[in-house]
Design a protein around this ligand. Structure first.
Ligand SMILES: [Zn+2]
Length: 105
């Protein structure tokens, strides 16, 4: 999965956390067969909850590309792509790292 966070490619130790782009920390999680880098387990939890919500709503089995803009406080406006298909959404997490607000945009 290709991931762009606030205009920069992310998802590895070199490029930054797959959700927030931070380069500190050392947490890895397998998501859809990709070993992704996260700054902490909380970001990984939020990321997985977000991916699962997208899959549930779209019926997709995977996501090719994910563009994320925003942060924890403002919420995030995202575009998920699978082949030619595009799915735009807004997501804001709650304090437990669960999907608090989810809107298709
Ligand atoms: Zn992070």
């Amino acid at each position: 999965m290709k991931i762009i966070v606030n205009g920069k490619e992310a998802g590895s130790k070199e490029t930054g956390c797959a959700l927030c782009g931070a380069t500190w920390g050392e947490y890895y999680e397998d998501v859809d067969g990709d070993r992704l880098f996260f700054c902490c387990d909380f970001c990984a939890l939020e990321f997985k909850n977000m991916i699962n919500e997208v899959k549930k709503r779209t019926g997709w089995s995977k996501i090719d590309e994910l563009t994320i803009n925003g942060n924890y406080y403002t919420g995030r406006t995202c575009v998920a792509k699978l082949g030619e298909k595009e799915y735009k959404f807004y997501v804001k997490f709650n304090e437990e790292g669960e999907v608090g607000i989810f809107k298709e945009v």
